[in-house]
Write a protein that binds this ligand. Structure first.
Ligand SMILES: Nc1nc2c(ncn2[C@@H]2O[C@H](COP(=O)(O)OP(=O)(O)OP(=O)(O)O)[C@@H](O)[C@H]2O)c(=O)[nH]1
Length: 367
């Protein structure tokens, strides 16, 4: 995992670098204006305008290259060379400035070195999370300066050597900072992954704690909570009907066919009951072969109709065909009355169920 996280952090750093380069490019035109301001008099318009045109073209190509990289999702593996090219275009637009300006006068050279070092330092902020591109930028930036001053002798070569020293030092100092940034991104990814795992674990545990493992229905604990929540709501006109369902002679299924078939029967029973209900109705396994259904908003007639429908759905078709299990179900029905708490309501439904069993099973009895 950590190795993957590291690769992901480098990828994030790569994306950030591409975006930061886009922002950095917005600062170039004021820099160009500064060059025109200090060099117009001593050099004259021609070389400056030629440089400006070239710089603008390179700047535009760099923008297009960055746009292309970001538009297709900036993948470090795939786009590293493309970003290096963008960095070269960025660097060269300033490198050509040095080509045009260096060696005319000591004062202008002093301005130039301030500009070159300043642009190098400002650019560093954008390239911090992907230093490889920065190396390309600095190279493209410095080489035209070196080429233009190589044969001019002092003080021009001092400008070349001084700026090289500055860039090497800057690059060297940036390495640990960049490594710390990538490490920070890696930790952030690591934390996000752990938080996600924790969230998933919590959700799974919460689901397990509320669900009956065999049937997938809500369990008794969850039903009690639902019922409590319902009873604590502010009073409304909406009523609540509770059905208690108990499979008739279920013990015989276990005794005759074993627990495995008993479990399969419980599952089929749960599915059949669930299929008869609306999604707003709640169905829970109350324990053993006893199930409970909450019907919010059901009128007395409607609740009786649903209870009868459930009974008929079980009686009309065997629960299992191989081996044949064709047990029926008894249903006790109770409606919420004023002052009821969860226990009283369930007791009334249970008493009605008992009456259904006592009076012959496979029937619905209302409390
Ligand atoms: N296979 C299986 N059996 C269960 C499970 N939970 C409870 N039982 C069985 O369900 C049976 C319940 O039997 P009883 O309470 O005697 O009732 P019954 O045979 O259904 O008879 P009546 O309810 O009176 O119609 C017992 O044999 C329990 O062992 C379960 O999760 N799986």
């Amino acid at each position: 995992m950590p190795a993957q996280d590291f690769a992901r952090a480098e990828q994030l750093g790569f994306e950030q670098c591409a975006r930061a380069m886009q922002q950095l490019l917005r600062n170039a035109p004021p820099g160009w204006a500064f060059v025109l301001l200090v060099a117009w008099e001593p050099i004259g318009p021609r070389p400056l305008l030629i440089w400006l045109a070239a710089a603008a073209v390179l700047w535009l190509l760099c923008q297009l290259q960055l746009h292309r990289i970001l538009a297709r999702g900036a993948q470090r593996e795939r786009d590293a060379n493309a970003l290096a090219l963008a960095a070269v275009l960025d660097g060269a637009s300033w490198g050509l400035c040095a080509w045009a300006v260096a060696g005319h006068s000591p004062v202008l050279d002093a301005w130039l070195i301030i500009l070159m070092c300043g642009v190098g330092a400002i650019s560093a902020t954008a390239y911090l999370t992907h230093l490889r591109a920065y190396a390309w930028q600095l190279g493209a930036y410095w080489l035209p300066l070196a080429a233009s001053t190589a044969w001019q002798g002092a003080p021009a070569w001092q400008l070349t050597a001084g700026s090289l020293l500055f860039y090497v030092l800057l690059f060297w100092l940036m390495r640990p900072v960049s490594a710390r940034l990538i490490e920070g991104l890696r930790l952030q990814i690591d934390n996000e992954r752990m938080a996600q795992q924790l969230r998933e674990n919590l959700e799974r545990k919460a689901h397990e704690a509320a669900t009956d493992a065999l049937t997938g229905l809500a369990n008794r604990r969850s039903l009690d909570q639902l019922l409590d929540a319902w009873l604590q709501r502010p009073p409304t006109q909406e009523g609540l009907a509770v059905l208690m369902l108990d499979i008739d002679h279920f013990k015989a299924v276990n005794d005759r066919h074993g627990h495995g078939v008993g479990d399969a029967t419980l599952k089929t029973f749960a599915e059949r009951v669930r299929a008869q209900l609306r999604s707003s109705d709640q169905c829970a396994r109350y324990g053993g072969e006893e199930f409970c259904v909450l019907l919010p908003g059901a009128t007395h007639e409607k609740a009786l109709e649903i209870a009868e429908r459930l009974r008929a759905a079980v009686a009309s078709q065997p629960l299992l065909s191989e081996p044949l299990v064709d047990n029926t179900v008894s249903v006790g029905l109770a409606w919420m009355a004023e002052g009821d708490d969860a226990a009283t309501l369930l007791q009334r439904a249970d008493a009605a169920l008992y009456e259904a069993k006592r009076s012959g099973r496979n029937r619905v009895v209302a409390a």
